[in-house]
Design a binder for this molecule. Structure first.
Ligand code: YNC
Ligand code: MG
Length: 388
């Protein structure tokens, strides 16, 4: 059934429930000298390129490929529209490898037609911190689909990850592949219900009028928690302590250090927003919340072309109840003119989702590990990892 995935070191469907198989790496590392030294072959019209995302032209090309060919919802009404600033952030954490930013282009015209990326990450699985790649932005131009280009791209990124002596990877996808370590669901909180209904993102509930709906989703003008403020660079040590402690409670989670926190959580306009609660009495940082900005193009609508969406990232509550903290996050997002606030049912998010009027989305997000077996699938609440 999965001609490609059946050949890969991933949990196979036939092995589900087989508790005789050991947890951990499925294949052992091979000596680096035995890693294939040359790229995989592409069909003749195409060639590999390594993308320099710092180059304005290259960043434009990647942006355009994704803006027209990346992930759409099941009904093809919306398509992710990652901004260039976001892509630069997502692809260049400390210690990133340029060789893991891989493009395929047409030799004759130089047109970029496919893309896949990896970034290095330390991810803890149970008690073991594993240096792995996070794979993202796999995209093949619409006109080149179902020609088995994706497996070649996956093999090529795997080869380049191996050349850096890493042997595991983490990735998410909307499709079911062998074999998810967890299956999560997106929830959506309307901030601008009129627009969401106009563009077909949501529907007017039964026995609901527009004005009743607008009232239902209304939020206070300003945040409620005393000491709630934007994160700043000098907060990095305190936020790192807070988040490390929190993530230690999940089965799979990134191993955050100060470098990570500075890169992934320090606010960047229209990319990542982070807020914290500094106790007005003790000046201790007690709570933290963050969301990233990922608009979607609205396909073929008369009046609107983009949906401005915030995605819940990492949140930690120790003193302020999570419900109140996330309500303040909603208030900030509303002030900043987001149309919708999205969150997965990972970590402790179920505590606030229903209460804060998030509704379940259709479609699931499956989490995967490459070359690492875990015995049982995790509940979403056991996952401490959010990928972009
Ligand atoms: C997918 N999303 O099952 P089988 S998520 C992985 N992730 O193989 P073809 C996928 N595999 O089943 P197309 C996949 N989607 O025969 C499909 N596949 O074994 C598998 N969409 O290839 C599929 N982006 O080239 C099948 O399919 C084989 O032309 C078929 O291309 C697929 O970034 C795709 O959703 C997704 O651009 C590129 O449809 C194309 O359809 C497309 O004939 C819109 O491929 C955008 C989209 C995916 C977003 C993402 C995570 C990717 C993870 C890749 C796996 C990484 C493994 C770890 C590597 C490092 C290891 C180390 C160490
Ligand atoms: Mg293809």
């Amino acid at each position: 059934r999965h001609k490609f995935w059946e050949t890969q070191p991933v949990g196979q469907f036939k092995d589900i429930g087989d508790s005789s198989l050991p947890e951990g790496p499925i294949e052992l590392p091979t000596p680096l000298s035995e890693v294939k030294q040359v790229p995989y072959n592409l069909p003749d019209p195409y060639e590999w390129i390594t993308c320099d995302i710092n180059s304005e032209e290259m960043c434009d090309e990647v942006y355009n490929l994704l803006a027209h060919n990346y992930v759409e919802d099941d009904e093809n009404m919306f398509r992710f529209n990652y901004s260039k600033e976001f892509l630069r952030w997502a692809l260049q954490p400390h210690g990133y490898f340029r060789s893991w930013h891989i493009g395929v282009r047409v030799k004759s015209s130089k047109k970029l037609v496919a893309f896949i990326t990896g970034i290095p990450a330390r991810i803890r699985v149970c008690n073991e911190v594993v240096h792995m790649a996070e794979i993202n932005f796999l995209c093949v131009h619409k006109k080149l689909r179902t020609k088995r280009l994706a497996p070649v791209m996956i093999k090529e990124v795997t080869r380049r990850v191996h050349l850096e002596n890493m042997w595991q990877a983490a990735y998410t996808a909307g499709v079911i592949l062998p074999t998810p370590i967890a299956t999560c669901q997106y929830w959506h909180r309307s901030l601008n219900p009129k627009k969401l209904i106009d563009v077909g993102f949501s529907r007017l509930g039964a026995r609901m009028t527009m004005s009743r709906t607008i009232k239902l989703y209304k939020l206070p003008e300003s945040t409620i928690t005393p000491g709630f403020r934007k994160m700043e660079i000098h907060d990095v040590p305190a936020v790192t302590r807070l988040i490390r402690n929190y993530l230690s409670h999940f089965v799979v989670a990134p191993d955050f250090d100060e470098n990570y926190v500075e890169h992934w959580l320090l606010p960047r306009d229209n990319v990542i927003d982070s807020y914290l609660v500094e106790s007005p009495e003790t000046h201790e940082v007690t709570d933290f919340c963050s969301f990233y900005t990922l608009p979607s193009s609205i396909l073929g609508h008369q009046n609107y072309s983009t949906l401005k969406a915030a995605y819940s990232f990492y949140n930690v509550s120790t003193v302020t109840p999570l419900l109140q903290l996330m309500n303040d996050a909603l208030i900030v997002a509303k002030q900043k003119d987001y149309d919708v606030f999205n969150a997965l049912d990972v970590m402790q998010n179920e505590i606030f989702l229903r209460e804060l009027k998030f509704g379940p989305g259709d479609g699931k997000l499956h989490y995967y590990l490459y070359n690492y077996r875990i015995r049982h699938a995790l509940k979403p609440s056991e996952l401490g990892l959010v990928l972009l």
